[in-house]
Write a protein that binds this ligand. Structure first.
Ligand code: PEP
Length: 252
């Protein structure tokens, strides 16, 4: 059985200015001076600094976008295409983050179109799924998450071009996390769906956990079966905190 390469990814959301380069530089120092972490490291800053981050980032730190349009170009004021992200030096893009689903009414079908655009541009698509608190309380977590997974992955997506991020909406930015048992249950269900869809290749798709991951809880959460890394919001803004999460993938 193949296993997934782990990734620790940072989503800076609408945070970050030119001066934030100091955090990129500090993280680069920590990655080169500390012991080697057995995971990929990705930072997704806002569009305005992607190109400069990508130009100066050491190859050890991958750079990604936080969203993309479904089209390559055209009359879509304020939007950014996957091709533009790739042209700016991005290798990955997050699609279907719950803040996009909630704030911009994005459906799983639209998320699949965005992921498809990302793949066409040569990017790896990080497809986010996750239940709201009301959906969890109603006992619908697995139904919600699995239907999002099924509908958000484009029909023609190759297994090695996608990553899934399970992010319970109620855990994002709240300091609350599911129990490790709950994380294990959802990740196992997602893994099952990926293996059903892709057979053996489904076991090599990384499934990230996201939602209030901090240095203090990273090792425990990253140790859960079928958790292949983290998608980190708040704690990715400071290099020291983010590096403390990456520690979960260092042996010394
Ligand atoms: C996120 O927004 O993807 C996220 C996981 O945020 P936080 O780590 O701040 O909960």
């Amino acid at each position: 059985m193949t296993t997934a390469r782990s990734m620790v990814a940072g989503n800076w959301k609408m945070n970050g200015l030119k001066e934030s380069h100091e955090q990129l530089d500090a993280l680069a120092d920590m990655l080169t001076t500390g012991s080697e972490a057995d995971c990929d490291v990705l930072l997704c800053p806002p569009y305005t600094i992607i190109a400069s981050f990508a130009a100066t980032s050491p190859t050890r730190i991958l750079i990604g976008g936080q969203d993309c349009h479904t089209n390559v170009s055209g009359a879509h004021t304020g939007d950014v295409s996957a091709e533009m992200l790739a042209d700016s030096g991005a290798s990955h893009v997050i699609v279907g983050h719950s803040e996009r689903r909630a704030d911009h009414g994005e459906s799983s079908e639209l998320v699949a179109q965005k992921a498809s655009a990302a793949l066409a541009a040569g990017l790896v698509a990080i497809i986010c799924v996750g239940e709201t608190e009301a959906e969890r309380d109603a006992g619908n977590t697995l139904d919600v998450v699995l239907s999002q997974v099924a509908a958000s992955i484009p029909a023609d997506a190759a297994a090695d071009r996608i990553i899934i991020a399970y992010e319970p909406v109620w855990a994002i930015g709240t300091g609350r996390t599911p129990t490790t048992g709950d994380v294990a249950e959802v990740h196992a269900a997602i893994r099952g769906a990926l293996v059903d869809r892709y057979q053996e290749a489904g076991s090599s798709i990384a499934i990230l956990y996201g939602g209030s991951v901090k240095p203090a809880n990273a090792s425990e959460l990253m140790g859960v079966e079928n958790v292949n890394g983290a998608l980190v919001g708040g704690a990715s803004l400071k290099a020291a905190d983010f590096n403390g999460i990456i520690d979960a993938y260092r042996t010394t």
